[in-house]
Design a protein around this ligand. Structure first.
Ligand code: ADP
Ligand code: ZN
Length: 621
């Protein structure tokens, strides 16, 4: 079978996504690759498909036990002979896997990096033909990535032990130039085909909200989509506990996940979520690596994450089935402080020197700033994200909070001039700058001791904005900073300085348009965003879709596998539209491969026939 045939047969896909085919072709031609794609873009196909076509065995090096187990289970469901080797298996089980691998029973073997140099594994590796080594989460080899794993440095060493060098495919979702360069040099990639694609997730709707009351916002958000399942990320364990409790109190079926829970409970809660027994998962960022639940319809960030990479990866867990999904970030200025605290008190990475640690810290603070700027920008959110990752983006995507909001633009040139000249005065008088809080107080005309101590009341700009509230002044300052009229210096006490665009405003040659979001766009949107935002199904089809979902739940329960491993929501939706009447027609459904068709086809065909019989006897209303 050719690669398209195999793609359909084993994975149920009729076409490659952007970038996949080029990476597959390169590996098949034995050229190394470096594939940079975000989570959910479809990296696994890029090495799984070549593994099926190349002779012998392919190794997949993966850092997370949960990830391996999950991927191998999914592969087996699809009929691909695969196995994994890690410390979660007993000694006897490990020996069994090694024995079967030697006998040629697998095409793919997932292995933890710590394992590579172990004697029994090296023996196996020299006894069988290894055609391909795929390195998943390849950024772990770089100490600049936050997930540095020294064991990844054993990979090149391992390959040197092999009689013949396999082709190497490195895959990651981290796109910074530094990390890419590290991967290429540390993994000793040879003239790799380097490809960065797929960062755009058109089905994700991005939104930044600044609710006064996050809990009320969240409850309303969930109430509008009672059928949907999703994740709420919080910055701290404490917040996870509080939010989860409040949701449960409000009657939402919610569970929780963070590193402070016992293993047993964590596993249980995760399963409840994956198996659709709990609809909402409230979690810290400890949750998600390796969770491949495709029907996640929303990801809400209760707090701002510490950088865009984390945000995009976590938000990207929504809509992996390609259906419309909602990613909302609830921003409050305090989140920046919390994130700063977490960066400054991060557990120290033993593998780094003091100087390197300081460099990492500075870099993280810089990334935090870029995250905060995302929360404050009024231009297209998707555009901001894509350009961050180095992909081209249109001016306006039409599917994000900024694009969708009816932005009410107000001319605040006068207010801006007052603020900017306030900042300029302070700089001139003191030959130094002050933070936003003090500037705000000065403009507002505060009598606070600190203001008087610094003689700020002697400045001509003192109190020139006393007709506005402090919050309003602060809002304008944040806006001016986000738009480049002001800059916020780094450091423990960030200070305001004039930004590159300030001069033109002070001269009166540029006017400033403030975009204040019409309040509660979420409410407006919900009017055309039904509770179950599945694919466009007619009412009739929707009832079939429900029937198929129930069948899937039963089959999944029997197979002790998560529902999405039987079929994705997208596959069920296509089934509900096409309503196949035979096995041949069934195989035309998108997301249905040969093995799954053989396994589950009969049951679904019967259910469709049953539903058709039932609905045709019901008189039209
Ligand atoms: P990654 O490893 O990049 O996070 P995965 O390989 O797990 O992403 O793929 C994410 C999802 O995309 C899976 O549900 C997978 O079935 C789907 N997918 C991958 N390639 C294709 C394709 N060519 N067509 C349709 N769906 C695809
Ligand atoms: Zn947009």
């Amino acid at each position: 079978m050719d690669k398209l045939g195999l793609l359909k047969n084993f994975f149920g896909h009729t076409a490659f996504r952007e970038g996949q085919e080029a990476l597959v072709d390169a590996l098949l031609a034995r050229r190394d690759v470096l594939g940079v794609m975000p989570t959910g873009a479809g990296k696994s196909i890029c090495y799984q498909l070549p593994a099926l076509m190349l002779p012998g065995l392919s190794l997949v090096i993966s850092p997370l036990i949960a990830l391996m187990k999950d991927q191998v289970a999914a592969l087996r469901q699809a009929g691909v002979p695969a196995a994994y080797l890690n410390s979660s298996l007993s000694f006897v089980e490990q020996n069994e896997v090694i024995r079967s691998a030697r006998a040629g029973s697998y095409k793919l073997l997932y292995v933890a990096p710590e394992r590579l140099l172990a004697g029994d594994f090296l023996q196996l590796a020299s006894d069988v033909e290894i055609s391909l080594v795929a390195v998943d989460e390849a950024h772990c080899v770089s100490q600049w990535g936050q997930d540095f794993r020294p064991s990844y440095l054993q990979i090149p060493q391992f390959m040197q032990e092999l009689a013949r060098r396999p082709v190497v495919g490195a895959f990651t979702a981290t796109a910074t130039a530094q990390v890419k360069a590290d991967i290429q040099s540390l993994l000793l990639l040879r003239d790799p085909l380097s490809m960065t694609t797929g960062f755009d997730r058109p089905n994700l709707y991005f939104e930044v909200a600044r609710p006064k009351n996050k809990d009320a916002w969240l409850e309303a958000f969930l109430a509008r989509r009672p059928q949907q399942s999703g994740v709420v990320y919080c910055a701290t364990r404490k917040a996870v506990e509080a939010v989860c409790q409040r949701l449960a109190g409000a009657g939402v079926s919610a569970t929780r996940y963070h590193a402070g829970l016992e293993d047993q409970e964590r596993r249980q809660n995760q399963e409840d979520f994956v198996f659709d027994r709990a609809r909402v998962m409230v979690a810290t960022n400890a949750f998600g690596m390796g969770i491949d639940k495709s029907n996640v319809s929303f990801v809400v960030h209760y707090n701002m994450p510490k950088n865009i990479e984390s945000y995009y990866q976590e938000a990207g867990r929504a809509g992996r089935d390609g259906e419309p999904a909602h990613c909302a970030l609830l921003f409050s200025p305090g989140d920046v402080q919390t994130a700063k605290f977490l960066i400054n008190h991060a557990s120290e990475n033993e593998a780094l020197t003091g100087q390197q640690r300081e460099q990492v810290r500075q870099r993280e603070l810089r990334r935090l700033e870029q995250m905060a700027a995302y929360c404050k920008t009024t231009s297209c959110l998707r555009g901001y994200l894509l350009s961050y990752f180095g992909e081209a983006a249109p001016e306006a995507c039409g599917n994000c909070g900024s694009c969708a909001a009816q932005l009410e633009r107000r001319d605040i040139t006068l207010e801006a001039q007052k603020i900017l000249s306030g900042v300029a005065r302070v700089e001139r008088k003191y030959r130094r700058s002050l933070g936003a809080a003090l500037i705000t107080r000065m403009l507002h005309g505060s009598r606070e001791q600190r203001v008087l101590q610094l003689d700020l009341d002697k400045l001509p700009t003192y109190g020139i904005m006393k007709d506005l509230s402090r919050e309003q002044i602060r809002d304008y300052i944040d806006f001016l900073a986000a738009e480049g009229y002001l800059t916020l210096d780094e450091g423990e006490f960030p200070v305001l300085r004039l930004g590159p665009r300030a001069v033109r405003v002070l001269r009166g040659s540029e006017s400033v348009l403030y975009a204040c979001q019409a309040q509660s766009q979420e409410e407006k949107r919900s009017a055309n965003w039904g509770p179950s935002s599945g694919p466009a199904l007619s009412v009739q089809n929707a009832s079939l879709f429900e029937a198929l979902r129930n069948l899937r739940a039963r089959l999944a329960e029997e197979a002790r596998a998560p529902a999405y491993m039987v079929f994705s929501n997208a596959a069920l939706a296509d089934m509900a539209v096409k309503q196949p009447g035979s096995m041949v027609e069934f195989q035309q459904v998108s997301g249905v491969g040969a093995v799954k068709a053989a396994k589950y086809g009969q049951a679904f065909l019967e259910e469709i026939a049953r539903w058709q019989g039932e609905t045709s006897s019901v008189p039209e209303a």
